[in-house]
Design a protein around this ligand. Structure first.
Ligand code: ARG
Ligand code: MN
Ligand code: MN
Length: 298
């Protein structure tokens, strides 16, 4: 990572999905010692605290659940991330459910007109309100950032789209809905499913990912969903899918990304301490953040 100052912001939001507890993700990650971990690596950490979440009753009847509150939260987050970028600091966002990626990406894409995104996830998060099987917005943030879906969400920050199809790479996918598969094929989105992880190995995948993004992007955001990992390693997530990426493969991926110095922002999402085992997933997140910021075994 080029910059020596990291600005961390928590987004204690659970409105993008249906299971309680993911709003406590930022607390669990802080409790597991993220600040100390990064300070030990020589960074100056600016913990900006949490974004305030409106106290709204859940409206389960709408086909896009809690959309108005999620728009509000993401507007605030986009604004905060934009300020961090203006100050020349590295934005590190702690979730919260994955719908917060809409705000993070809205904030950083003001500074990078060819923003690249690495989406490390068991899911594609490429649903629109029309294709979503659940109505949960945490299954839609990548589509939203590409300009698809509910207008108010798509237009956060006053412009759309934030991303181009050819500037995104999904790694770890193993649960894709029909509409997501259609979109991936139609637009030629680069996806490394678990089949490719097994077949090629993580090392080759990260090398290819960097080669694919390096020359056409001016910044790369890492959107890291803890459910990309196998639930053996990360049990504290709301939508676990078996057959996931291993602990070592994931560290390797992040160590290799650290070496490139190309990552310009990051978020770690979907940590749910209520579903976790003694903060295993929160602690894992802190370890993984360490690797992203240059920690090595030796
Ligand atoms: N960020 C996540 N964990 N997303 C899970 C999405 C699950 C499913 N594809 C849906 O749209 O509801
Ligand atoms: Mn996921
Ligand atoms: Mn996700």
């Amino acid at each position: 990572m080029g910059k020596k100052t990291i600005s961390m912001v928590g987004v204690p939001m659970d409105l993008g999905q249906s299971r309680r507890g993911v709003d406590m993700g930022p607390a669990a990650i802080r409790y597991a010692g993220v600040v100390e971990r990064l300070e030990n690596l020589g960074y100056e950490i600016n913990d900006l605290g949490n974004i305030e979440i409106e106290n709204v009753g859940k409206d389960a009847k709408r086909e896009i659940r809690n959309v108005n509150a999620i728009v509000e939260v993401n507007r605030k987050l986009a604004h905060t991330v934009e300020k961090i970028m203006e100050e020349g600091s590295f934005p590190l966002v702690l979730g919260g459910d994955h719908s917060i990626a809409i705000g993070t990406i809205a904030g950083v894409s003001k500074f990078f007109h060819q923003l690249g995104v690495i989406w490390y996830d068991a899911h594609g998060d490429l649903n629109t309100p029309e294709t979503s099987p659940s109505g949960n917005i945490h299954g839609m943030p990548l589509a939203t950032s590409l300009g698809l879906g509910e207008r108010d969400l798509v237009n956060i920050g006053g412009y759309a789209p934030k991303l181009k199809y050819e500037n995104i790479v999904i790694i770890g996918a193993r649960s894709l809905d029909e509409g997501e598969k259609d979109l991936i094929k139609k637009k030629g989105i680069k996806v490394y499913t678990m089949h490719e992880v097994d077949r090629m190995g993580m090392s080759a995948i990260i090398e290819e990912t960097i080669a694919y993004l390096k020359n056409k992007t001016d910044g790369i955001h890492l959107s890291f969903d803890l459910d990309a990992l196998d639930p053996i390693y990360a049990p504290g997530v709301g939508t676990p899918v078996s057959g996931g990426v291993t602990f070592r493969e994931t560290h390797l991926a992040l160590e290799m990304l650290a070496e490139t110095n190309l990552i310009t922002s990051a978020e770690f999402v979907e940590v749910n301490p209520i579903l976790d085992e003694r903060n295993k997933t929160g602690s894992l997140t802190v370890e993984l953040i360490g690797s992203l910021f240059g920690e090595r075994i030796l």
